[in-house]
Design a protein around this ligand. Structure first.
Ligand SMILES: [Fe+2]
Length: 220
């Protein structure tokens, strides 16, 4: 359930609305009228799934709280020297990945998390912020961003965990035999690289995760 939550683009605009109304975050791009939201989800195959916010970004470092100043200028200059102007521009606009490496490694943009199963109904969501090698000027920002989003005293994960608790209770229901994961089936498509792609609010990621889970469990 937690890997699904980490890779779900539908719930953000509802479950985390209190946070988005309180502070400026990049996730405001996925709130509001569905037709105006440009982020996408992708099924990379083998259970690996991704949310790509970048089609909705309009400027550099939206994924880093809109960071600016001389420390940022130094970082951009160093990136350009290393990777060239075009690659550097792409990196600072698109930001790091928001992806699940099947089954339990979550690349959460500026955080990395591991889901460790403990029992059928219990798991631990370990997480840590990332720091950029050679760019210590971002360390405190990255740490503060992580504290704001991850962990039981943050402003993001507690919302998710309340919903997870209710989902877990719902799974005890004996009358509902199936959970339907059909959102976006009508507009999902396969791109030139063979990846399933759809609107960020679609259940493409959920379907991809469980399809592969079933495959590996049947083969086991
Ligand atoms: Fe969430």
């Amino acid at each position: 359930m937690l890997p699904e939550n980490d890779s779900d683009g539908y719930h953000l605009g509802f479950v985390h609305l209190a946070l988005f109304k309180t502070i400026r975050t990049q996730y405001r791009r996925v709130v509001g009228d569905e037709k105006t939201i440009r982020a996408v989800v992708r099924d990379w195959g083998h259970g690996h799934i991704e949310i790509d916010w970048s089609p909705g970004y309009e400027g550099p470092f939206e994924w880093l709280g809109g960071a600016s100043g001389s420390g940022v200028d130094d970082y951009v200059a160093a990136l350009e020297r290393r990777d060239g102007a075009e690659a550097a521009r792409r990196r600072i606009v698109e930001g790091p990945a928001h992806a699940l490496i099947f089954p339990n490694l979550f690349l959460g943009e500026t955080n990395v998390a591991i889901v460790q199963p403990v029992s059928v109904e219990e798991c631990v969501h370990w997480h840590t912020p990332i720091f950029l090698k050679g760019a210590p000027q971002f360390n405190s920002r990255l740490l503060r961003m992580s504290e704001a989003g991850m962990g039981p005293a943050s402003f993001l994960m507690p919302d998710d965990l309340i919903v997870a608790r209710r989902n877990q209770a719902g799974l005890q229901a004996s009358l509902a035999e199936w959970i339907e994961l059909s959102r976006g089936l009508n507009r999902e498509y396969v791109d030139a690289e063979g990846r399933g792609v759809s609107h960020v609010t679609d259940e493409t990621t959920n379907r991809a995760l469980w399809r592969h889970y079933r495959q590996v469990m049947v083969e086991a």
